[in-house]
Ligand binder design. Structure first.
Ligand SMILES: *Cc1c(COP(=O)(O)O)cnc(C)c1O
Length: 456
């Protein structure tokens, strides 16, 4: 048997630059607006929250931005990440399609998130910042920023959504191992947290509330800044290292994708694998189909409205134009916690509006079924979030089988599921339900969108 399964790049070929899709957009991105005045934000408005280097990356239209050498040094711990050909899965599906996947679960945190946590900690350290605050839902981002903070000697305070704090004690233990302080949100540490607790002392928390708490601490302390693990332009740009490496690895495999699939919570791992290929297409190269897969219980791209909305529940974060379910929308319980955000990255939303990407939604049990099939043939147990990408790739492969096409499918296996085995147990016990979100609640949340004059 001489099938090549694994495509590995030498260490020297870790990319030297990130790719900024803002350089190639046919229509520029609508600007972020001040949450109070609704006027376009200037760099100074963001200065209390982020170091200037990251703010400049946020608004940059340079095509390539150098990866600082100390960041590349740390990337060496796990990068270049491997790319695999899923021969065994192809055989199990009986598909003529060729399935490739990029595996980001090899990072110390087990997902793609350190790709941005490391540079964010680096630029903050350079700016003299002593402490970073952030939120975490499922715990992957909190883990990644805690890891990055420990390497750069920056204190990290993580507001973990209360339900997740109570249900996932091991995630908290990992964050504490890296030296971070982890608080359940809503907390008594902030004005906003106290106001939420006053209304409901047993509030289960939400990502939107946790973001407001983390932003409040950063905005009111000179030595403290805020870090976000997805959604923002600079975060998506840091993740393009995934797609840049994948391009080289696909060339080693003598293939180019016809279809690229990624799961979308805030949009960063999807952007990471897809943007370099979309950019190549915008500059005259081949144009693969690009498919975003989201949970049917929190379907911002497929069911949300494209409008200016708040990024957080306390309305302290900037307004951005994005596909949103409304900042007060609470999705029903499901196990891919990293996909529970009410909005979507403005860049991903913009590309959807321009018709440059497609979106589809699946329920969690069919995604777990796909993840289990994948594990039994390829060996890796995917994170529940990644199961959505696996499901999307399998659906494409089955379409190829029906149509008799040997297309090349590439997807991002953005993390492993080793901290999420309780969800797998629930799936095997038949205890996972596919809950639909409430249409009435969605309508209410959308009715609460801020009114912004579109001249902006
Ligand atoms: C955080 C996370 C996601 C969702 O975030 P994106 O910004 O959409 O990538 C998906 N998968 C994993 C494994 C995550 O940790």
């Amino acid at each position: 048997m001489s099938k090549q399964l694994k495509f590995l790049l030498p260490e020297e070929s870790i990319p030297r630059r990130w790719y900024n899709i803002q350089a190639d957009l046919p229509v520029p991105l609508p600007p972020p607006l001040h949450p109070g005045t609704h006027q376009p934000l200037g760099p100074d408005d963001l200065a209390p929250l982020f170091p200037m280097e990251l703010i400049m990356q946020e608004v940059s239209t340079e095509r390539e931005i150098d990866i600082p050498e100390p960041v590349r040094d740390i990337y060496r711990l796990w990068r270049p990440a491997p790319l695999f050909r899923a021969h065994a899965l192809e055989k199990a599906l009986g598909t003529p399609a060729k399935i490739f996947y990029k595996y980001e679960g090899v990072s110390p945190a087990g997902s793609h998130k350190p790709n941005t946590a490391i540079p964010q900690a680096f630029y903050n350290k350079q700016a003299g910042v002593k402490r970073l605050t952030t939120e975490t839902g499922a715990g992957q981002w909190g883990t990644s920023l805690s890891f990055a903070g420990s390497l750069f000697d920056i204190d990290v305070t993580v507001f973990q959504v209360r339900v997740s704090y109570d249900q996932k004690p091991y995630r908290r233990a990992v964050m504490e191992t890296y030296g971070a302080k982890c608080l359940p949100s809503p907390s008594n540490e902030t004005n906003y947290g106290r106001s939420v607790l006053a209304g409901r002392p047993d509030h289960p928390g939400s990502l939107g509330i946790a973001i407001s708490e983390a932003v409040e601490i950063a905005a009111t302390n000179d030595d403290t800044k805020y870090a976000l693990g997805s959604v923002l332009n600079h975060v998506l740009m840091h993740q393009t290292i995934v797609g840049i490496e994948s391009m080289e690895q696909m060339a080693m495999a003598d293939a180019y994708p016809d279809v690229i699939v990624g799961c979308t919570g805030g949009g960063s791992n999807f952007a990471g694998i897809a943007f370099p290929f979309i950019g190549a297409g915008l500059r005259g190269g081949p144009k693969p189909r690009i498919v975003a897969v989201e949970p049917a219980a929190c379907p911002s791209l497929t069911r949300g409205k494209y409008a200016y909305d708040f990024g957080d529940t306390g309305h302290m974060a900037p307004l951005t134009k994005m596909h949103t379910l409304g900042s007060t929308f609470t999705p029903p319980g499901f196990h891919a916690g990293g996909l529970r955000y009410h909005g979507m990255a403005p860049l991903v939303s913009h590309l959807k509006e321009l018709g440059l990407i497609e979106a589809t939604a699946y329920h969690q049990t069919e995604c777990f079924a796909a993840g289990v099939l994948f594990a039994r043939h390829e060996g890796i147990v995917p994170a529940p979030e990644a199961n959505h990408a696996v499901k999307g790739a399998i659906e494409e492969a089955l379409r190829c089988k029906r149509e008799g096409k040997s297309e090349v499918i590439l997807f991002n296996l953005c993390g492993h599921g080793h901290f999420d085995m309780a969800a797998y147990s629930a799936y095997f016990a038949g205890n996972l339900k596919d809950e639909n979100y409430s249409e009435a609640e969605l309508a209410m949340a959308l009715a609460g969108l801020p009114s912004v004059s579109e001249a902006a």
